[in-house]
Design a protein around this ligand. Structure first.
Ligand code: AMP
Ligand code: MG
Length: 423
């Protein structure tokens, strides 16, 4: 059986993955200690257990005043006490002509509508003479301005970063319910590929794709499951693909081009796989494959205790050239992994910079070329890293982003704004 030829534009291929990802279901949930939950995907809604801030909070050191008392400057106010951040800060309501000395983070007393830093003050005993208020504005965060008690502060589907962990801490959560990380099988193929601890023969190549993929899979929020290297031999490839289908997603690399020994699609077709695309008009990474396979129908016994496991497993066949593998993972495999991990979908985002030196290329493909983004606050620019093509891992390692070239451009002059995909 042969696989159909379905070559899509970059946008259509990406949309296809996003559509399927939006229907993917995340797995089981687990409860983790707050710190261990960082990097995991939240599986429960988190609400504020009280107003944030719980009291009107002064945002600076100064004097809590009634602004009406400062209409005419200089003004002399009676300082009736000091309020600092801390427990048991009681203050009586302020009357006209009165002020409190107040510290950052302290509760603003009733009656005050402003906290001012003052200049030219003379403070004698219990009064302050205000010649000029240096800070204008209120300098008070009203009670509940950041979140109201019982309101939702974190949605399920959030990949927990340091701010989310801090927010959970601030509402008293010492444990969080998260999704169990999906398992993603990595299957590298090729007769020339040898394990990294073997000494390669003169025409053998060390397996590096398994490692870039393992890192990208972890960064995307999943757990890599590394399979042995598959030779370009249908029977063994078949066996290892079936083994890979025990995981929640299967990512293969190599063997998807048009060559005589590129057997991955053929073996997948023999397993009655459904193909959504077998190529994308991109460089690098043109032969990328995305599809789904019925892992029960492939003659494999169901995983023990895995009755809840969906029988249809998604797979990606990524081109073997190492930079192609990394780029196609980023563009296509990542959103599927994030969905399986329970993350809310998010679009691919680009930044923009000025091109440092002109680019000439051919039209027809959307290109994602290794580049270096540098510059200053006011002037960021990017330039291509010289490379030997999509096998050049060293060039990719020197880069920190990809310059994105739309398929209708064959020339981009220096100084033009260009899209950048950050890494
Ligand atoms: P393929 O996609 O199988 O035609 O492979 C394209 C190129 O990528 C060939 O030069 C392969 O040797 C190389 N390649 C394939 N798989 C790997 C791998 N796992 N690690 C490093 N290079 C690889
Ligand atoms: Mg190969």
């Amino acid at each position: 059986m042969t696989a159909p030829s379905l070559i899509l534009s970059f946008e259509d291929a990406r949309r296809s993955v996003e559509d399927h990802a939006s229907r993917a279901t995340p797995g089981a949930k687990e409860t983790l200690d707050l710190l261990s939950a960082a990097g995991h995907v939240l599986a429960e809604p988190i609400s504020a257990d009280r107003d944030i801030p719980p009291f009107p909070r002064s945002t600076r050191d100064g004097y809590a005043v009634r602004s009406a008392d400062l209409k005419n400057i200089p003004a002399k106010l009676r300082v009736i006490g000091e309020i600092k951040a801390g427990p048991n800060q009681h203050s009586s309501p302020m009357n006209s002509g009165e002020a409190y000395s107040i510290m950052t983070g302290a509760p603003v007393p009733l009656g005050a509508d402003s906290v001012v830093m003052v200049e030219y003050t003379s403070q004698q005993n219990d009064s302050v003479e205000i010649a000029r208020a240096v800070t204008l504005g209120e300098n008070i965060v009203p009670q509940a301005a950041e979140a109201r008690r019982n309101s939702l502060v974190l949605n399920p589907g959030t990949r927990l970063n340091e701010a989310d962990i801090a927010l959970a801490a601030s509402v008293g959560k010492s444990q969080l319910q998260v999704f169990v990380r999906p398992r993603v099988a990595v299957l590298t193929t090729g007769d020339e590929i040898v394990p990294i601890d073997a000494s390669p023969g003169p025409t053998q190549i060390r397996n590096s794709n398994t490692y870039s993929l393992a890192v990208q899979i972890q960064q995307a929020g999943a757990e890599p499951v590394l399979l042995p290297i598959a030779p370009d031999q249908p029977h063994r490839l078949h066996q290892l693909i079936e083994e890979g289908l025990h995981s929640d997603l299967l990512i293969m690399t190599g063997g998807v081009s048009m060559g005589r020994y590129d057997l991955v699609e053929q073996v997948l077709a023999d397993l009655q796989a459904e193909f959504f695309f077998t190529g994308a008009k991109i460089q690098p990474g043109r032969p990328v494959v995305f599809g789904r396979i019925n892992s029960c129908g492939s003659g494999r016994p169901a995983r023990s205790g895995a009755s809840a496991q969906p029988p249809n497993k998604y797979f990606f066949g990524l081109p073997g050239n190492p930079v192609s593998t990394m780029v196609t993972f980023e563009l296509f495999a990542k959103p599927m992994i994030e969905a399986l991990a329970g993350m809310s979908p998010r679009p691919l985002t680009f930044t923009h910079a000025r091109l440092k030196s002109e680019i000439r290329t051919k039209t027809g493909l959307t290109r994602f070329l290794p580049a270096i983004l540098s510059g200053t606050f006011a002037d960021s620019h990017a330039e291509l890293v010289p490379w030997q093509g999509s096998g050049d891992i060293a060039a990719r390692s020197r880069s920190n982003c990809y310059i994105v070239i739309p398929p209708d451009r064959d020339h981009i002059p220096a100084g033009d704004w260009i899209a950048i995909l950050l890494r």
